[in-house]
Design a protein around this ligand. Sequence first.
Ligand code: SER
Length: 318
Amino acid sequence: MSNILVTGGTGQIGTELIPFLRARYGNERVVATGHRKKPGGEIWEVGPFAGLDVRDSVTLAELVSRYHVDTIYHLAGVLSAVGEDNPQLAWDVNMNGLYNVLEVSRTHGCAVFFPSSIAAFGPGSPLDNTPQVTVQRPQTIYGIAKLSGELLCDYYHHHYGVDARGVRYPGLISHQALPGGGTTDYAVEIFYAALRGESYCCPLAADTALDMMYMDDALRAAVELMAVEPDRLKHRNAYNLTAMSFSPEILAQAIRAHIPDFSIEYDVDPVRQAIADSWPNRMDDGAARAEWGWRPAYDLEATVAIMLRKLSERLGSR
Ligand code: SER
């Protein structure tokens, strides 16, 4: 039976992963943690919640012991664009947080899910069909921490037998919590503008292609990866993962299929643009497909349709 602890529980992924895990394993078996105060709302009341700054190894170890945790989904992290504003903070949270999670997993026998990212690639990586194993020279502090994190997870696996597994997530599209400070955030913000009847001012150029994924696929991927027999995994940390690749212009066109007068304009942010230009256009996720049967369910059209439907229900009910 799994007892799970989720770090970064109030973030974009955690807000949806926690109910997903609780539906599967039981409310009491999933400990949500976050560095912010507990948000309001039923999902935070039905199971345990604890305040946690992942740099605080003592509190982390205390929670792992108290709740007999055997699996940690380590989501806490500073995203790419805000990381460039404060690289020292991003390194501290992203690297020392992961180190603390791996150390407590070594001493308490926990399995670890670590989300790496398209950001672990950079100049010199092939941008199209980016291979599972290739040049990785990221230039953002976020990407450097993700790549270092992949290596550290493998180190803990090889040296200490910690069952650490990870994916390189693309930009994640979701309708609950906002991402907050990433380069791919535009692909979420655009839906809010479209539903408010506003023109969207995009910080990336019209033809900037990036890998993307709808949140339901991202959650399923994490849980499926953690459930696979360990001897099937050759590329543990971390698997390329994608569901679709599009540019802002292509996404705007797909939204226009539902909202014909939707308009997009461009005011390119040079920091975000340089980051996006160094990331893959489309990754090859063949290793995830071959080793643990990864298949995305949502393509661009399905993602746009569900985002507009779910978000209009939510915004309309406010
Ligand atoms: N979505 C993240 C970001 O843009 C990449 O992993 O920072």
